[in-house]
Design a protein around this ligand. Structure first.
Ligand code: AVI
Length: 322
């Protein structure tokens, strides 16, 4: 088949639902208000995130890419022949290229992401470069159960790929639930290859989430524009200030939107109030020690077979079998 002519069809499961609004409202009704970080990633939010990945302060993407480029051959040797690669939260699929170039040719690559347009563009470009691999993008919220585009994906020897340390954005209990889903998707004899950001000097961490150009601030505030547009909220984004702080006891960076003034806002027919300096938590980014993360993967039924890191041990890519 002519590679340029190959059609990439998107399986779409991510329309805004009443479940989304319920999730938003339930977070805002808490004593400490929260908004779910998955709502960062509309088209503009995904673009802003790509810009974050290129910032000098934001070390994770660069460090993980270096690890991939250095050790992709070892990773492929560990993985062996596969049915499919299923990538959770694929975004621009940058690290995937390195992986697909090295793996023993999988039959299919299934990128799963919440941002459909963005996903389709990345999938089309991959289809051009890897004409022998079936590219089957799925636009879905992977924090909820979603079916794979059967029957092309047999439930056996899949590699679940979850780069970027997105696992850190989940509270430990939710991370464990997600790892259990991945354990299932990997199928008999399958494996998980996962990027995990490691604990380090808090000054390095806080710089990574408070960049000088204000891209992370724009990314954080973009969620409010999106909630206004898609859920009829009436946030005034200018009335909120971006803040990112390290919480040592919880081992995580916390992103906040801090109210610059006493204010009220409305969403879903409910009115909420914030006093000046009160804030909405929009994201946690947990940083693990290798021992902590091993505990989590083992609780999900995986065995950690190998961990690759950079020389400073800031980031890790971990290979886990079922
Ligand atoms: C997607 N995730 C792993 C990023 C992180 O570092 O937690 C999201 C992000 N938030 C601010 N900057 C980047």
């Amino acid at each position: 088949m002519n590679s340029a002519a190959r059609k990439v069809l998107l399986t779409e499961q991510s329309e805004a639902t009443s479940g989304d609004l319920a999730e938003i409202l339930s977070g805002l009704r808490q004593e400490q208000k929260t908004l779910p970080p998955k709502f960062f990633y509309d088209e503009h939010g995904s673009e802003l995130f790509e810009r974050i990945c290129e910032l000098p302060e934001y070390y994770p993407t660069r460090t993980e890419l270096d690890i991939m480029e250095r050790y992709a051959g070892d990773m492929a040797a560990r993985t062996g022949p596969l049915a499919s690669v299923i990538e959770f939260g694929s975004g621009a699929s940058l690290k995937t290229r390195t992986l697909l170039e090295h793996l023993e040719r999988p039959a299919a690559y299934v990128p799963v992401d919440i941002s459909g347009d963005h996903l389709l563009a990345a999938a089309r470009s991959l289809a051009q470069d890897f004409p022998d691999i079936e590219i089957l993008p799925v636009a879905a919220d992977f924090t909820r159960p979603f079916p794979l585009p059967d029957p092309k994906i047999p439930p056996r020897r899949n590699l679940v790929y979850f780069p970027g340390s997105t696992i850190g954005n989940f509270l430990p209990d939710a991370a464990l639930d997600l790892l259990r889903v991945m354990h299932q998707e990997a199928g008999a004899g399958g494996a998980l290859l996962i990027g995990v950001d490691l604990r380090k000097d808090p000054a390095v961490l806080e710089r990574a989430y408070n960049d000088d150009r204000g891209v992370t601030a724009a990314f954080n505030r973009n969620m409010l524009y999106r909630l206004n547009r898609e859920f009829g909220a009436d946030f005034d984004p200018a009335a909120f200030q971006h803040r990112a702080v390290w919480n040592d006891a919880m081992g995580r960076i916390e992103m906040h939107l801090v109210s610059r003034e006493d204010q009220t806002f409305e969403i879903g027919g409910e009115t909420f109030t914030l006093r000046q300096d009160e804030f909405i938590t929009t994201e946690y980014s947990h940083k693990y020690t290798q021992e902590q993360f091993r505990g989590l993967t083992e609780a999900a039924g995986f065995t950690v077979e190998q961990v690759w890191t950079d020389p400073r041990e800031w980031f890790s890519v971990q290979f886990c079998t079922r």
